[in-house]
Design a protein around this ligand. Structure first.
Ligand code: BLA
Length: 511
């Protein structure tokens, strides 16, 4: 797809959002070649620097920039550590013939050096960096992912002044959920809402790993084209690392449909994976100066480490609980007792480690169940399906009905299952069930009530997205996480031990 092909709802995961050739109006962009000749300029350089973009193309950078700036830019370029790094210079007079101060962002794009300029005339230092350290100290005392996210959202709102700051976490299937929120009064809440993966298409998620902050300062902005559109024999200038990049018109339409005036998002990474975003809305245009954006970005990076730390603490806690459960089950089982005799104890022990709505057990065709499960007959039919699977492994699905059609009859009772084979005889299983996800949502205040509906229609609103997501997940339970499967695997080993002990006992008796 080329940048000029029309984009619509069917192809927007292929829109080349890094090649759209425009910058937002709060700054201007100039690119130079390795011999410092200007190769690209945004049309709005005139507004900021006083000369026409057409006139500056092909000139030597040093012919209009002062020596101090040339020196600073050259030395910053040496500091670029990777293809994805951006260097910054704050509040510097750059021109030979006037004293206007600018912030400069520098990065490399292919064989071009890209410089982005934003006016910065304030005298006093903002000391946004000073904001970060005490905040990190404060966050270190939080003991859960959600409380960590809530506190962070509150502080990001204080730092940026955005009306609403959400922590949007990606699930393994790339859908996302608002797990924390801080907002001004009376604008309703998005907390708990889930969205389909397509709302933040794949190429955007990919880009947000490399460039961790983007601001859309005004959805009605008159964005400025970069000229030339492309140089002979080249693709358009790659704007992946640009801070001024004008974003996809599809996304602008989405924001407008929501009544949002400005948007800011900061990536939260876990390792090199996109874990989530701070997604921020403002209900009127909002430009944040570069220093504040830099502080927010830095905060996002530090926060990523805290999330990683917290998640591994959770994982350690989970395996500690699984071990404890092992000891408990082994301890409580009376000598020679069978799994069936201890079904309730085992079921509640399992539930305490793996969240589920029902548990069923079948040993030698003997069926027991607790909570929300299929009936005995339904279960027997299901067993025939399970027995065709590889028996020595945990089997998990978040949609039984998509692999075993009769399960459509009991989706409301049991939509997903996790089966633990507990004997070498293929017929013995403990099965955990989960109900269908149907999230009831509080739309009070309806902050996303469409204001205007753009050319792509009502679909581009969070509410419609949410409905689309509900369709996608109809017949599904919440998915089983890697942690659930790992816990089930270790419990299966425990239960097998019990089964073996029983058969040993039986053997001893027979002797
Ligand atoms: C980008 N979509 C985004 C971004 C967010 C969302 C946060 C990042 C850009 C930004 O900071 O605004 C989605 N925003 C949300 C969600 C909530 C929110 C889910 O506040 C929930 C509260 N979007 C669609 C559909 C398409 C689409 C159907 O809904 C395409 C068919 C496209 N979204 C789309 C594109 C981008 C995007 C192309 C990239 C924008 C860019 O960086 O150029």
């Amino acid at each position: 797809q080329s940048p000029s092909d029309p984009v619509d709802l069917t192809n927007c995961d292929r829109e080349p959002i890094h090649l759209l050739g425009h910058v937002q109006s709060f700054g201007c962009l100039i690119a130079v070649s390795s011999d410092w000749i200007v190769t690209y300029a945004s049309q709005n350089v005139e507004k900021f620097l006083g000369f026409k973009a057409e006139d500056i193309l092909g000139t030597a950078f040093g012919s209009w920039v002062n020596d101090k700036t040339i020196h600073a830019v050259r030395s910053r370029l040496q500091l670029l550590t990777s293809d994805d790094s951006v260097e910054r210079i704050f509040s510097m007079a750059i021109l030979r013939d006037n004293d206007a101060h600018f912030d400069i962002a520098l990065h490399k794009s292919g064989r071009h050096i890209v410089m982005e300029f934003e006016p910065n005339d304030h005298e006093e230092k903002l000391d946004r960096g000073g904001f970060i350290r005490p905040l990190i100290e404060r966050l270190k005392t939080e003991d859960s992912i959600v409380s960590l996210c809530e506190t962070a959202a509150r502080h990001i709102r204080a730092l940026t002044g955005f009306d609403r700051v959400m922590v949007y976490k990606f699930h393994p299937d790339d859908t996302g959920e608002v797990i924390a929120e801080s907002a001004v009064k009376d604008i309703g809440t998005f907390l708990g809402l889930r969205y389909p993966a397509t709302d933040i298409p794949k190429q955007a998620r990919e880009l947000y790993r490399r460039n961790t902050l983007r601001i859309i300062s005004d959805v009605n902005d008159k964005v400025s084209p970069i000229i030339p559109e492309r140089r002979k024999g080249e693709i358009p200038l790659d704007l992946s690392l640009s801070g001024l990049r004008a974003v996809s018109p599809i996304h602008i339409e989405y924001l407008k449909n929501m009544g949002v005036g400005a948007s800011l998002s900061i990536s939260i990474l876990k390792g090199d994976k996109l874990w989530g975003l701070f997604a921020c809305h403002h209900y009127s245009p909002r430009v944040l100066n570069y220093e504040t954006r830099t502080a927010a970005e830095l905060f996002g990076q530090m926060f990523s480490f805290l999330i990683e730390q917290q998640e591994s603490a959770v994982e350690r806690e989970e395996s500690r609980r699984a071990r404890k459960l092992h000891d408990q089950i082994m301890g409580e089982l009376a000598e020679g007792a069978t799994l069936s005799e201890n079904f309730e104890m085992i079921a509640s022990a399992l539930k305490s480690v793996i969240d589920c709505d029902g548990v069923a057990l079948t040993i030698n065709g003997n069926f027991q169940a607790t909570g929300s499960t299929p009936t005995k007959d339904e279960f027997n039919t299901l067993m025939r399906y399970l027995n065709r699977q590889e028996t020595s492994k945990i089997f998990a699905t978040d949609s039984i009905s998509s692999v075993h059609q009769p399960a459509e009859d009991y989706v409301s009772r049991a939509a997903g299952l996790l089966a633990l084979p507990v004997s070498r005889v293929p017929r013995d299983y403990i099965v955990l069930f989960r109900k269908e996800i149907t999230k009831e949502v509080n739309w009070a205040g309806n902050p996303e009530k469409p204001v205007t509906i753009g050319p792509n229609g009502i679909r581009l609103t969070p509410r419609k997205s949410f409905e689309a997501w509900k369709e996608v997940v109809s017949g599904h339970s919440d998915y089983w996480t890697d942690g659930d499967i790992a816990a089930a695997e270790s419990l299966r080993v425990t239960l097998l031990e019990v089964v073996l002990r029983m058969s040993d006992a039986a053997n001893v008796e027979r002797e």
